[in-house]
Design a protein around this ligand. Structure first.
Ligand code: AP5
Length: 192
């Protein structure tokens, strides 16, 4: 199964993708986490991406597409995978279609997590206080910029998938377990 999770910062993409990945025994591919790991490792692409990430801006399309293209070619993605935070631009969405097409595959589901803006900000500020070390982009200055970048650059991707009949909107508010029930219903997962 190939599933894309889309939503603004703090909407629960990581939380829900991780849970579904554990149930389906599929890799959870978070481009944010992959870029942070690359930056921590001191690689050139990682350092380049971090210059954008710390200001709440998107890393360049060609960099992210190369990272994801390499990752989905790994054998553990042969049965499918869950994309968390990719694609975030129309160019990335087109590139993903092309990469999948080359392997004779297509997306099964695109899930948009819908959460009110005030709740997003609260969640991210709460995480800033509890995570150690805190993420450099979980700050009162950068959080609004990340949300604005989502509205400007990623919401067109919703339309891209709506036109293709793939988009499903899931209410992302409530406890994580409640949201997960909705996610499972939406992708048709009936396991325990
Ligand atoms: P990324 O790491 O993807 O961050 P993000 O999109 O800003 O999302 P978050 O991880 O903050 O939130 P989330 O929606 O995953 O929610 P989570 O489950 O973590 O990207 C970081 C940066 O990398 C980007 O800004 C960009 O610069 C770059 N990047 C990444 N992908 C890119 C791409 N494709 N192209 C270009 N650049 C890219 O939850 C958030 C918090 O809320 C947690 O503390 C969690 O415990 C809590 N929470 C979750 N669900 C609930 C709930 N139901 N109720 C209460 N709390 C909840």
């Amino acid at each position: 199964m190939l599933v894309v999770f889309i939503g603004p910062p703090g909407s629960g993409k990581g939380t829900q993708a991780e849970r579904l990945a554990a149930k389906l025994q599929l890799p959870h591919l978070s481009t944010g986490a992959m870029l942070r790991e690359a930056a921590d490792a001191g690689s050139e692409p990682g350092r380049r991406a971090m210059q954008f990430m710390e200001h709440g801006h998107l890393a360049p399309d060609e960099l992210v597409i190369a990272v994801i293209g390499e990752r989905i070619a790994q054998p553990d993605c042969a049965r499918g995978c869950l994309f968390d935070g990719f694609p975030r631009t129309i160019e990335q969405a087109r590139a993903l279609d092309q990469l999948l097409l080359e392997g004779g595959r297509t997306l099964d589901h695109v899930l948009e997590l819908d959460v009110a803006e005030a709740e997003l900000v609260q969640r991210l500020l709460r995480r800033a206080k509890t995570s150690d070390p805190p993420r450099t982009d979980d700050t009162p200055e950068v959080i609004p910029e990340r949300i604005e970048v989502y509205r400007r650059q990623t919401t067109p991707v919703l339309e891209y998938y709506r036109e293709r009949g793939l988009l499903r909107t899931v209410d992302g508010q409530g406890a994580p377990e409640e949201v997960f029930v909705r996610v499972c219903d939406t992708v048709g997962y009936r396991g325990t």
